[in-house]
Design a protein around this ligand. Structure first.
Ligand code: HEC
Ligand code: HEC
Length: 239
């Protein structure tokens, strides 16, 4: 239903972060321009630092990326970014859609960047995979609670590491102004596309539409509220 909007959103993100095809290739070191471009993408457009620390800034759900090159090969880094679930089955890292050239740039930047780690991941691994795509509470505990808090208070253990506070899904005041479609699109397409913090990841390439709908329903139980009247279908029997 709302998926076409999300696809459009993802296409927009693709334009935003597109890199010229001729940018870099092979094993040549990255130019100063390419490094600056990778840094700006990570800082302002991609969700990576919502979960990972880089050069002292960022979240603590995943390993510090500052020293990832000491632990992982360039091929592993590229594979993790291209398809996290296939690389680490059961990972909570969602797949971020981006043009191949952008993915290549970010992979090569991380595989070559010098630096010293300052933080170890400190957020405990979430509950294991969710059995039913309709189980909103379990999906939320697994994919969302580290940032948004178990009860949707916007106060998960990772919240303090984020530049923009995660939305409080338990807030009736805030959530009753959001149509279900806008919640769906933010979950599917991520913060950047919805003009919100890029540290809110896009889950549309990782969770199914049924799972995203279950999450929207769960947000409605957390806020004990509905979207604005204009956004809701007429009540059965109403005129
Ligand atoms: C929702 C949180 C989340 C987001 C967003 C995220 N990651 Fe991850 N990432 C993880 C976790 C957790 C791991 C560790 C693997 C595991 O145990 O699931 C990981 C692992 C990795 C690794 C391997 C690190 C190692 O030491 O093994 C790389 C590289 C990586 N992520 C890069 C990225 C990049 C680049 C982005 C943005 C495009 C990104 N991640 C977005 C959570 C996330
Ligand atoms: C890495 C941290 C992180 C994770 C994980 C995360 N979010 Fe978010 N989320 C954020 C941040 C930060 C914002 C606030 C963006 C803003 O207001 O600019 C946000 C905003 C949102 C919004 C927009 C609310 C509004 O005000 O309209 C929704 C909906 C949302 N998140 C749902 C989810 C769901 C569902 C999950 C799990 C599938 C999830 N988020 C996982 C960080 C996260």
């Amino acid at each position: 239903m709302t998926f076409p909007v999300s696809r459009a959103g993802l296409a927009l993100l693709a334009c935003l972060v597109a890199t010229p095809a001729n940018a870099q290739s092979g094993d040549q070191p990255l130019s100063a321009f390419a490094k600056a471009k990778a840094e700006s993408l990570l800082r302002d457009h991609l969700p990576c630092l919502g979960c990972h620390t880089l050069a002292g800034e960022g979240g603590k759900i995943g390993p510090d990326l500052t020293t990832v090159r000491e632990r992982r090969s360039a091929a592993y880094i590229a594979a993790m970014i291209a398809d996290p679930q296939a690389t680490v089955p059961g990972s909570v890292m969602p797949r971020t859609e981006m043009p191949a050239a952008t993915r290549d740039l970010i992979s090569r930047y991380l595989a070559s960047r010098p630096g010293t780690a300052v933080a170890e991941p400190s957020i405990p691994r979430p509950p294991s995979p969710v059995a039913s795509p309709a189980d909103g509470p379990a999906l939320y505990a697994r994919w969302c609670a580290a940032c948004h808090g178990e009860r949707g208070g916007g106060d998960g253990p990772n919240a303090a590491s984020l530049r923009v506070k995660p939305a409080a899904h338990a807030s009736r005041e805030a959530m009753s102004t959001r149509p279900d479609d806008s919640l769906y699109d933010t979950i599917a397409a991520g913060g950047t596309v919805m003009n919100r913090s890029p540290r809110m990841p896009a889950f549309g390439a990782t969770l199914s539409p049924a799972e995203i709908r279950a999450l929207v329903r769960h947000i409605r139980t957390l806020c004990r509220c509905e979207g604005p009247g204009w956004s809701r279908p007429p009540a059965p029997g109403g005129r």
